[in-house]
Design a protein around this ligand. Structure first.
Ligand SMILES: Nc1nc2c(c(=O)[nH]1)N[C@H]1C(S)=C(S)[C@@H](COP(=O)(O)OP(=O)(O)OC[C@H]3O[C@@H](n4cnc5c(=O)[nH]c(N)nc54)[C@H](O)[C@@H]3O)O[C@H]1N2
Ligand SMILES: Nc1nc2c(c(=O)[nH]1)N[C@H]1C(S)=C(S)[C@@H](COP(=O)(O)OP(=O)(O)OC[C@H]3O[C@@H](n4cnc5c(=O)[nH]c(N)nc54)[C@H](O)[C@@H]3O)O[C@H]1N2
Ligand code: SF4
Ligand SMILES: [Mo]
Length: 763
């Protein structure tokens, strides 16, 4: 029997899904949530500072800000306002709270409840023989963690997880500490997010980052939105798409779900947007089957090759292909062998639908493909992104204005953390620079990623787990396996702002190390500090908190990590941790010497708008071993779906931030008062002889003989693609087998899970 927080909800109310995103209700909901968390003055302070040139970078998603002269006074979306005020909440957790609730009590509560208790205010420890957290001083807490790290037989018995809200400065310090300590065990949320994009782009283009700017979006002729839900997850992307449409762009949305933001957008920053019908976003909606995107792009590529055969010299960009790419011949031979019937079966689309999209492509000089988790969280995610690159290369849609590849990143600084060296497999040139700058020999063997960290803890090789932001226990796949693995650790420590399940499912000893958030003033020995972040479009800019800290005991992430490093390393490597803690400018000086593109970092980053890191592709350089962009031959592996089964995707509601639900509602999808729901096409419900609102268990089918069951979900008839169901993460992470990962990138397949729906016992 599952704990009480996994019991079914009361029957949620279900209304018709919305066909448009934002507008006045969006503004109202943002204020309602914000004022439920904190006071009017604090809300006003955060909201006026959010995304302004000298203000607080929105702690929500990584969508880029317009250039400073073009920003609105309110440069944020409904969800940005919720994310920032979830951190700025006036609620506090003190040591009394932990006296009242044991760890076992807390673990019975829902993720939503844990988050709603407010900000963590003082360091706490759970000792091996106790079921309660108790207060501990900072020196004792950090001394305990340092002592445990020093006592390990090998530095590789520790793993340091990072979530993408962490600033560049803290990330740089963290990776420096881990490598000086002697390990590359730096798993991060990117392993669960865009790892597949990074692998595919690095292999084919020689750089793991997207190539487009906001300007490019505004000036594209055609934009594909593949596997992403911008209305909830990157709301200001809709403003950029609106501008592109005003400039004449067409938009093709590819998704199993008709998401509200893909259909229409009412821009809350324009009077017409609030009152009127809004702008139609997608000119074409391709309701694809789960995992069908590789086949779709192969179909489009085949159409382009055939159009070139029919009208030689008019379709492909031969100059571009000749001078910048290799592998075209092998690719084009392969592309012609893929059978249409296989493409249609994999996509669930008609040939006419694909041909019409192909005609849009032929009419467009400048094409951008945007994608997110609907692409990266499949078994064949890496080949899918490679095929998107083939598609862009064929007509020279890379390295020119208004065209390119746009992996839309999740966390506000997930891309920056990678730039700073948070990766278990940083290339040698980065490690060489680190060695030259700091004079120690960084370890060269690759460390563990998120999935391998779980395996390492399970098998007893990793004994200490340190989480720098995030909620690893809930973000990771295979919840039961992950929880067992974490519980085997001798010590787990989390640098956090809010309470979450990673504090209640913990090692024998556990530490909560409460940190300042981005909204708060950060005052160190040399005065008030700011930090820097990098958005999805490689723009690096400052972020400076405005609010008084939630508690006087809080330390900044940089301070916690510098103090931990000093205590653990005992002077090894002669790194001036105290000075770094006192003046973040000194950290940025080191970044400017270690990482390409950051010359004169301190001086340049304070200019309005900050720095745009150069992308070699936009300078016509493809830094692959061959010095050219690569065409590749790709094959898909659709999961086998036995009769009576569905392919389940796990996704976000409108009202959650990753593992943290803010409410039980998903307004655009018309679901209120419950998260344990499964969205199923009405034809599938009929075929499976299930009723609307019936209570079912989701039972995972995977070849390892383990039965994975998520109990007590209500069915909701929903216009999703036939055969493709959807349910919220993290409630469904119990269904993701640890070993079900994307080829080569090792990213968990959170979107392609084969399940059956069993009527729940007692119904
Ligand atoms: N409000 C809010 N904003 C967020 C987050 C949040 O939790 N809440 N999380 C942030 C983070 S870390 C990330 S990574 C991003 C995630 O942003 P998204 O990638 O938009 O997130 P998901 O909710 O996982 O939605 C995946 C989308 O892909 C579609 N999809 C699923 N399977 C397929 C498929 O096989 N093919 C295609 N073409 N589409 C498919 C789904 O229907 C859905 O629309 O959002 C960021 N922004
Ligand atoms: N099934 C399934 N699983 C998934 C996904 C999916 O689509 N489906 N998506 C995956 C993706 S894309 C991602 S990115 C991961 C997300 O995984 P994570 O990044 O690990 O999770 P979050 O929910 O963002 O972490 C929230 C916690 O971060 C802490 N926090 C917030 N702000 C700060 C801060 O400023 N400083 C510090 N120190 N702590 C802070 C708070 O304590 C909060 O409770 O989940 C992944 N897991
Ligand atoms: S689009 Fe993303 S970064 Fe911009 S305000 Fe909304 S949540 Fe914040
Ligand atoms: Mo993410």
């Amino acid at each position: 029997m599952r704990p009480s927080h996994e019991q079914p909800d009361e029957r949620p109310t279900v209304t018709k899904p919305k066909e448009w995103a934002a507008g006045l209700p969006g503004v109202a909901h943002a204020l309602e949530y914000s004022l439920g968390q904190t006071s009017v003055p604090r809300t006003a302070t955060t909201l006026l500072a959010i995304n302004q040139p000298d203000g607080i970078d929105c702690p929500g998603c990584a969508w880029a800000d317009p250039t400073p002269g073009h920003r609105h006074r309110n440069e944020y979306c409904e969800n940005g306002a919720k994310h920032i005020n979830d951190e700025a909440t006036s609620r506090r957790i003190t040591s009394d709270f932990f006296r009242q609730y044991s760890v076992t009590d807390l673990n019975r509560q829902s993720d939503l409840w844990l988050n709603q208790q407010g900000r963590l205010t003082e360091p706490m420890v759970k000792r091996p023989d106790s079921d309660h957290y108790e207060p501990i001083s900072w020196p004792e807490a950090l001394g305990l963690l340092a002592g445990e790290l020093k006592a390990l037989d090998s530095p590789d018995e520790a793993a340091f997880y990072t979530s993408g809200r962490v600033s560049n400065e803290a990330a740089f310090v963290l990776q420096l500490f881990a490598r000086a300590f002697g390990t590359n065990n730096l798993p991060d949320c990117s392993n669960l997010c865009h790892e597949s994009s990074g692998f595919a782009l690095s292999e084919t283009l020689g750089t793991g980052k997207g190539t487009v700017s906001l300007e490019d979006i505004h000036h594209a002729d055609l934009i594909f939105l593949v596997g992403q839900n911008p209305g909830s997850n990157h709301p200001r992307q809709l403003s950029a798409l609106e501008e592109a449409k005003n400039n004449g762009a067409r938009i093709i949305a590819v998704n199993p779900l008709p998401e509200a933001g893909l259909l229409r957008f009412k821009n809350p920053q324009k009077p017409r947007g609030i009152a009127g019908r809004g702008v139609r976003i997608a000119d074409r909606f391709l309701q694809i089957r789960s995992g069908g995107d590789l086949a779709l792009f192969q179909g489009l590529n085949r159409l382009l090759l055939e159009a070139e055969d029919a009208r030689p010299g008019t379709v492909l960009d031969h100059d571009f292909i000749r001078s910048n790419t290799s592998g075209f011949e092998e690719f084009s031979q392969h592309a012609r062998t893929i059978a249409w019937e296989d493409i249609l079966a994999a996509t669930g689309l008609t040939r006419t639908e694909i041909e019409q999209a192909g005609d849009d492509v032929l009419r467009s000089e400048r094409v951008i493909v945007c994608w997110a988790m609907g692409v990266t969280q499949h078994r064949h995610a890496v080949p899918t992104v490679r095929e998107i690159v083939n598609f862009l290369l064929l007509r020279g849609n890379l390295g020119k204005p208004g065209a390119g590849a746009c992996p839309v990143r999740g966390h506000s600084n997930v891309q920056g953390d990678r730039t700073m060296g948070i990766w278990e497999r940083m290339p040698d040139n980065f490690l060489d620079s680190l060695q030259e700058e700091f004079g120690f020999e960084p370890p060269r063997a690759h460390g563990v990623d998120a999935v391998n960290a779980i395996r390492g803890m399970r098998d007893g090789h990793i004994k200490v787990f340190v989480g720098v932001a995030g909620n690893f226990v809930r973000a990771a796949p295979d919840s039961d396996a992950t929880e067992d693995a974490i519980r085997r650790c001798s010590l787990t420590a989390h640098i956090s702002t809010k309470l979450n399940r990673s504090h209640t499912v913990c090692g024998r000893t556990a530490l909560i190390l409460p940190a300042l958030g981005r909204t708060e003033r950060d005052i160190q020995a040399t005065g008030e500090q700011f930090v820097t972040v990098e958005d999805s479009m490689s723009e690096v800019h400052t972020s400076q908190g405005r609010l008084e800290p939630a508690s006087r005991t809080l330390l900044s992430e940089v301070a916690i990590l510098c103090r931990l490093a000093r205590l653990t390393l005992d002077g090894k490597a002669n790194i001036p941790w105290d000075q770094f803690e006192g003046d973040y400018g000194l950290i940025r000086d080191r970044i400017s010497r270690v990482i390409a593109g950051f010359q004169h970092f301190n001086r340049r980053v304070v200019r309005p708008g900050g720095i745009r890191l150069p992308n070699p592709v936009n300078e016509g350089v493809f830094p692959t071993p061959a010095g050219k962009a690569l065409f590749t031959r790709n094959a898909w592996q659709m999961p086998e779906v036995p009769e009576g089964h569905l392919v389940l995707q796990t996704l976000r509601s409108h009202d959650q931030w990753n593992t943290i639900p803010y409410t039980d509602n998903d307004r655009y999808r018309g679901i209120h008062g419950g998260r344990r729901v499964v969205l199923v096409n009405p034809a599938d419900l009929a075929r499976l002889a299930l009723e609307e609102g019936q209570l079912v268990d989701l039972v995972g089918v995977w070849g390892d003989g383990v039965e994975r069951r998520a109990e007590g979900f209500r069915t909701v008839p929903y216009p999703t693609a036939v055969g493709c169901a959807a349910a919220y993460y993290p409630e469904t992470n119990v269904l993701l087998p640890l070993d079900s990962v994307a080829e080569t990138s090792n990213q968990p397949t959170a979107k392609g899970i084969v399940v059956r729906l069993e009527p729940a016992a007692g119904e």
